[in-house]
Design a protein around this ligand. Sequence first.
Ligand code: DGY
Length: 320
Amino acid sequence: MKPLLYVTRRLPEETIDMLSAHFEVSGWESEETPVPREILEREIEKVDALYCLITDTIDAALLEKAKNLKVISTLSVGFNHIDIEAAKAQNIAVTNTPGILTDTTADLTFALLMATARRIPEASEHLRNNEWRSWSLFSLTGRDIHHATIGIIGFGAIGQAVAKRAKGFDMNVLYYNRSRKYEAEEMLGASYQELDELLKKSDFVCILTPYSAETKDLITARELKLMKKTAVLINTARGGIVNEDDLYDALVHGDIYAAGLDVFAEEPIAPDHKLLTLPNLVALPHIGSSTIDTRLGMCRLAAQNLIDFMQGKRSNIVNG
Ligand code: DGY
């Protein structure tokens, strides 16, 4: 008999075919909405394996209900939605999808940086709202990207991929990371800075560090006040890393120039959230890895991680 697998979202047929060769697969049939908690609680009791997304909260209380669960595969590189220590205590392996989304997420980070610095959504709205009267000297002026200083917080694969793009724009690259990355420093011509120094010196601050107890509220009013008044903050990592109330105040009071966010403390962000009223905020609905090729690749990799685990191979285990 094949092991039982529950999948928390409708997946492409090719991924289901891949999984069905190794598992008895059942799952939540919607592509748009997450599986309700009560259904997940019921399903997790029975299965040997779980295929989940960042929208599923896999906490200790849920894991306690699992009787046979051996492995959880998340279709994401981030795994802060899973209590990996509680899983480990129950001998449940957790896998993720690193690598496959690195360049796509770096592309989006840079796109958001450019859109925010050059006010692209605002300029587009200006035209569509029939407000474009004439070529004008100082209307919709933004900030230069080329030759500016970029400070990258979190110098893992995605941070380094953003640095590579920044080099193409002749930017001066600074980074802050828990540990020094000597090889990457040399390869990318990046220089390490303590966090406060990076904040003071950067024209663009990009957050690309994982979310954890250590990085929760890493950027609050104190850090925002250290930044240049002309600086732009970009967050494509996780919402809770930046304190949103403090960011709102900083944007309103001109402590920083603008911010571009692809991630929020609560997702989806409420449409009437005060941040969304600000003209100097560019907001995206968590689309960092959202290209067809990358999402298909993530679907496959998350499936392969489960298949590997069942065959005794340890692929992309984050709590091992
Ligand atoms: C991840 O993989 O963690 C992203 O946030 C979603 O692609």
